[in-house]
Design a binder for this molecule. Structure first.
Ligand code: HEM
Ligand SMILES: *[C@@H]1O[C@H](CO)[C@@H](O)[C@H](O)[C@H]1NC(C)=O
Length: 347
């Protein structure tokens, strides 16, 4: 899987890193006191280094914000490893399949120590990954001062995180339960312009009898590539790239991909290409496609397809809101290491 990710985004990220480096001021907007600024600089440097080494980890860091903040609020609960006392932390949740980026969080924590919580690091790292993968177009401010929680449960994560098989009403309710609007559901789903997904997350879309509408040529090219990837990745549940834009030319030709209007040079970029794909029935998840089934959501899809800048701006604002979901627990601390609580015990 690491190999798939590396190839996916390598080209764009290497060029984007240069662009970002020319505009260091973007991360400094807000004129924060020196401590916060130096924390932000350290996070930025580590995230840049990590993405340069493995472009796929950028997508993982963006997803990590969603999966941490959705469950108990932004409290670092998603980072906790199992212990002899708590064998089933959020990491074991079915809906957390493929979750990654933990090593990057650890590396940042080892640089910053007690100065910053793990919850803040997740939010800061996801913000920087968004900026880097978008070539500096997506920037937003996130406060610091979050505390780390001591609760982490796989069952709770599976109860709260949306599933790729959800229909539109389920997705809308799920977002409403966290105070996010239908518009924000459409905006944040655009994060699926980057990264990868396992077969188990989209196999329903390849089964002719049950599939929600998917472009026929895309579906058959995917089915063929899945069989090939089983051998390459040595697993019955291989990962595929979320974005047809990031697939090779042979795949795109077999899938009848129409790149008109999409910036095809931007392999691996976090951008509005998801909306082009969705309106061509070339997205992986049912939860992506069902956004077409609601009139208002479908109009939003078209608007974001047609106005890349609007999506950048609205995505930044929605990520900022996501990053502020308040921690829901009653006991908090600043962890010494992000993978376990200071008592090494979870509640
Ligand atoms: C709307 C409901 C959502 C559903 C049902 C959903 C579902 C999924 C699933 C099933 C995967 C693939 C997991 C795997 O098989 O490995 C995935 C990947 C991903 N999701 Fe979502 N997601 C949703 C919303 C979001 C949001 C709000 C964000 C970001 C803020 C996001 C960012 C990502 C990213 C970046 C990946 C790729 C991760 C990687 O390559 O490591 N998703 N999502
Ligand atoms: C695209 O969206 C931006 C930001 O909302 C807006 O300023 C601009 O006028 C829009 N462009 C078009 C062509 O509608």
């Amino acid at each position: 899987m690491a190999m798939v990710k590396l190839n996916a985004a390598a080209a764009v990220v290497l060029s984007l890193l240069v662009v970002v480096a020319v505009h260091p001021a973007a991360a400094d907007a807000g004129g924060d006191w020196y401590g916060k600024k130096s924390i932000e600089e350290t996070v930025r440097k580590e995230v840049e280094k990590a993405i340069k080494h493995n472009p796929g980890v950028g997508a993982a860091l963006v997803r990590l914000v969603f999966h941490d903040c959705w469950v108990n609020g932004c409290d670092g609960s998603v980072l906790l490893d199992k212990t002899p006392y708590s064998s089933s932390t959020e990491k074991a949740a079915a809906n957390n399949i493929g979750l990654d980026g933990f090593d990057v969080i650890d590396a940042i924590k080892s640089k910053l120590g007690a100065a910053v919580s793990c919850a803040d690091i997740v939010v800061l790292a996801g913000r920087d990954a968004s900026a880097i993968l978008s070539g500096g177009r997506i920037t937003y401010d996130v406060g610091t001062g979050r505390k780390d929680g001591v609760v982490s449960s796989a069952a709770a994560a599976d109860a709260v995180l949306p599933e790729s098989t959800f229909d539109f009403a389920q997705l809308k309710d799920n977002f409403a339960s966290k105070g996010l609007t239908q518009g924000e559901l459409v905006i944040l789903s655009g994060a699926h312009s980057i990264g990868v997904a396992h077969l188990s997350s989209f196999h329903d879309r390849l089964a002719a009898a049950t599939a929600t509408p998917i472009d026929n040529t895309y579906a058959s090219a995917l089915a063929a590539d899945v069989e090939r990837q089983k051998g390459v990745q040595h697993t019955d549940n291989p990962a595929e790239k979320n974005n047809i834009r990031d697939m090779g030319a042979a795949f795109q030709s077999a899938a009848g991909y129409d790149a008109a209007g999409v910036d095809t040079a931007a392999v691996g970029a976090l951008d509005n290409s998801y909306y082009h794909n969705n309106l061509q029935n070339r997205v992986l998840f049912k939860s992506d496609w069902v956004l077409r089934t609601d009139g208002d959501a479908a109009a939003d899809l078209a608007e974001y397809r047609d106005n890349a800048t609007k999506w950048d701006v609205d995505f930044a604002a929605a990520m900022a809101k996501l990053s502020k979901l308040p921690a829901e627990g009653t006991h908090f601390e600043i962890r010494k290491t992000c993978r376990c609580t200071n008592q090494n015990y979870y509640y």
